[in-house]
Design a protein around this ligand. Structure first.
Ligand SMILES: Nc1nc2c(c(=O)[nH]1)N[C@H]1C(S)=C(S)[C@@H](COP(=O)(O)O)O[C@H]1N2
Ligand SMILES: [Mo]
Length: 198
């Protein structure tokens, strides 16, 4: 894919800032034992943190993310959700690898995202890579928020800690394409998901 999408993604983020929630009070979850590894913002009903803090939400702020409330996700939360395992041929070494973690739809339901198929889902990675897709596609591709590859936790600096992935070998419209063209919608280093009502 054209990497100018990096900038396009940033523009989308800026343009679709969450509406203000007035004085509604939101309490951060106290003294969580595990670091937040994913922030979900936008059109969701559940929140466990307040507005983006430009002082200390440095990476989000650099990527022009804006929200007045959001949902913090840590590894124990992901681990508490039913895990699925897929075994796609990855484009990096052309071999099948076992990727496991909860379905993205499970996570979206947890945070009270809309169920309409046209709901837009922006997947945003630590390197600035961002792709927009729809809930219809997230369901059809059975997107997994992978935490593990071949039984090992995905490292930050590699593909992790989270990799949005799908079993391209078993999705006809993707398996028909060359390996290098199957994974545009598959950001590694996923750290922010924005939900935009369709
Ligand atoms: N975090 C992140 N994920 C990404 C990308 C990227 O640049 N950063 N590129 C996407 C695209 S367009 C493809 S085709 C595959 C492989 O991209 P790469 O060869 O640039 O790694 O990963 C996808 N996931
Ligand atoms: Mo690509």
């Amino acid at each position: 894919m054209n990497k100018r999408q990096f900038l396009a993604g940033a523009a989308v983020l800026g343009a679709s800032a969450a509406p203000a929630f007035g004085n509604q009070r939101v309490h951060d979850e106290a003294s969580a034992a595990s670091p937040v590894i994913l922030t979900i913002s936008g059109a969701i009903k559940r929140h466990n943190r307040g507005a983006l803090d430009p002082a200390f939400d440095q990476l989000l702020a650099k990527h022009q993310v804006k929200f007045s409330q959001a949902y913090n996700v840590d590894l124990p939360l992901l681990a508490s959700m039913p895990a699925v395992t897929i075994q796609p041929t990855t484009e990096y070494d052309a071999r099948p690898h076992r990727l496991s973690g909860p379905l993205l739809t499970t996570l979206l339901e947890h945070v009270g995202a809309p169920g309409a198929g046209g709901t837009q889902i922006l997947l945003h990675a630590v390197d600035g890579y961002a792709v927009m897709t729809t809930l219809d596609k997230v369901r059809a591709y059975r997107f997994v928020v992978a935490t593990h590859m071949d039984g090992k936790p995905l490292p930050l600096g590699g593909m992790g800690p989270l990799w949005a992935a799908y079993d391209a070998d078993h999705i006809p419209e993707l398996s028909a394409k060359p390996l290098k063209e199957r994974f545009e919608l598959s950001p590694w280093g996923l750290y922010h998901v924005q939900v935009i009502a369709g």
